[in-house]
Design a binder for this molecule. Structure first.
Ligand code: TPP
Length: 528
């Protein structure tokens, strides 16, 4: 019998480190969550300090993409959580794991409207719609089962964030160390008969195509083996960039947004759709769902997703890696010639359709990007074409706001990525508008001496939105904003800073920047 020796706040962190391997968290301490921080200190967990909880969430998300593990945030009650809602929603939208631990109002005041500090009417409810589950825990004996449930979500279903709020009086209660709860997970195995039916559909195909999404992030080798056996070109969504190397002949890259490519997919006789919502943020075609003329084999871990946006000829609800492997073992092997040709045509099409305004800048980046680089993109014009133009040769190295489309995520995601992989260079491409959303995290990057190059695409305002106003003949309003003297700001945060005016200068500065470590800021005077 272990004696009561921990506070609940310490016991949660102890459980997370001992049983779930948590060794780094992102968050900001306050009076209310000190017991969680006491636990972090006791367990020797690294606590990364952003300058705003939005930064904590994005760092956790960036860290999670690179490591494949759930990012953990430790936040205070009320504003600690509300400040982090945007990155939590991003992780929800893009199906990524994140564990958010918050303190909340003392038990006797919960939901009573007494107005204690940081109170929300229902803190758990605030996060519920963007989490797999969000719970307030007043009985600490429930915590081990809830943490186990969270890690089951992260490992064996569609990944989503989880939020657990613990009242401050519960965090200070004494308890014995928590034992791990071993809840069962539900797994419906795809049957041999279902695999056989899918193979019957796939084998006669003359022009098969594979579309792979973020659900394939850990299924790269199985996806390549499947495509090589089928001889099919692979189109990747943004969240799958790098899952098949852009140097692979069958990789058509990220050109799903092009009308010609969409029409050719729609006329293929068999399309295998794996781990993707096929959403508007993958297709950018004003919400039009693809209208497949041929047969569709769809693989998704989420039974809710399997019929959304398209009803497949056959839906296989299961893990991408296992299911692709089983299909590969059963389909007939064929030549890759036609598939390679198609992939090449689509890659070329994307390049020729890229706005010439961006091409020399993209080339300067492409020519200098090291093979092991991690790229983080914000929502800025240069980044839009970078999605298909820049290479990505390994998975978990490409970070962008694909689903939620929020500004300001790239810098803190880059910092999280750099915490995960300190020796790899990280390039963040950020617009002058988006940069200011999370500019305070420049201080965090300086503290950490993060190996980040921040390329600021400075067109003095919200250029994409300026163009959107013009497109619909609306008078421009609220779009001509300036960040004044960005280089001075960056220097103030202690970053090495350079201003470039031409693509040639950019190429030179990138070459030297990638050769040195530490945070570096390159302000590009963007053409308009
Ligand atoms: C949180 C949030 N607010 C507003 C927007 C709308 N929005 C999309 S792109 C954009 C312009 C961003 O400007 P900047 O970062 O300078 O990039 P640029 O378009 O100028 O290349 C805006 C305001 C958004 N996507 N996210």
């Amino acid at each position: 019998m272990v004696s009561a020796e921990l506070r609940v706040g310490e016991a949660i962190i102890d459980l997370l480190t001992r049983e779930y391997g948590v060794d780094v968290v992102f968050g900001i301490p306050g009076v209310h969550n000190i017991e969680l921080y006491r636990g972090l200190h006791r367990a020797g967990v690294r606590a990364v300090s952003p300058r705003h909880e939005q930064g904590a969430g994005f760092m956790a998300d960036g860290w999670s993409i690179v490591t494949g593990k759930p990012g953990v945030c430790v936040l205070i009650s009320g504003p600690g959580l509300t400040n982090a809602l945007t990155p939590i929603a991003q992780a929800y939208h893009d199906s990524r794991p994140m564990l958010v631990l918050t303190s909340t109002t003392p038990t006797d005041a919960l939901g009573k409207g007494f107005g204690p500090l940081h109170d929300l009417p229902d803190q758990a409810a605030v996060a519920r719609s963007i989490c797999a589950f969000s719970e307030t825990v007043t009985d600490p004996s429930r915590l081990p089962a809830l943490i186990e449930r969270a890690f089951n979500v992260f490992s064996s279903s569609r990944r989503r964030p989880v939020h657990i709020a613990i009242p401050t009086d519960v965090l200070t209660q004494k308890c014995s160390p928590f034992a791990r709860s071993h809840a069962a997970t539900m797994h419906d195995e795809i049957t041999t008969d279902q695999i056989a039916r899918a193979v019957e559909i796939i084998d006669p195909a003359q022009s098969p195509v594979v579309i792979a999404g973020g659900g394939c992030i850990d299924a790269g080798s199985e996806l390549v083996a499947f495509a090589e056996t089928l001889g099919a070109p692979v189109l990747l969504t943004g969240n799958a960039k790098g899952v098949v190397s852009s140097s692979h002949d069958l990789c058509a890259g990220n050109c799903l947004v092009f009308g010609r490519v969409q029409r050719e997919i729609e006329s293929a006789d068999v399309v295998v759709v794996v781990g993707t919502e096929l959403s508007d943020t993958d297709l950018y075609n004003n919400g039009r769902a693809l209208n497949f003329a041929g047969k569709v084999v769809r693989i998704d871990i989420d039974p809710e997703q399997i019929n959304r946006r398209t009803t497949p000829t056959i839906g296989l609800v299961g893990d991408a890696a296992t299911t692709l492997k089983r299909l590969t073992e059963n389909i007939r092997k064929r030549s890759t010639d036609a598939g390679r040709q198609r992939a090449g045509e689509w890659r070329d099409h994307a390049r020729t359709r890229t706005n010439v305004k961006f091409v020399p800048w993209l080339r300067a980046i492409e020519e200098n990007l090291p093979g092991d680089a991690i790229v983080a993109l914000d929502s800025t014009q240069l980044a839009y074409s970078a999605h298909w133009w820049l290479p990505a040769t390994q998975p978990r190295s490409w970070l962008a706001p694909y689903g939620f489309g929020t500004l300001g995520c790239a810098l803190p995601m880059a910092i999280g990525a750099s915490v995960a992989a300190p020796s790899r260079p990280v390039l963040a491409i950020v617009g002058d508008g988006g940069w200011l959303f999370t500019v305070a995290e420049m201080a965090a990057a300086k503290d950490l001496n993060s190996n980040i190059i921040l390329l600021l695409w400075d067109n003095s305002g919200y250029e994409q939105i300026r163009e959107s106003f013009d497109d619909v003949d609306a008078p421009r309003l609220g779009v001509d904003v300036s960040s004044h003297d960005p280089c001075l700001v960056a220097r103030g945060f202690g970053w090495q800073t350079t201003r470039v005016d031409t693509p040639e200068q950019l190429a030179q500065v990138l070459a030297t920047s990638f050769a040195t470590s530490g945070p570096k800021f390159i302000r590009v005077a963007a053409p308009r």
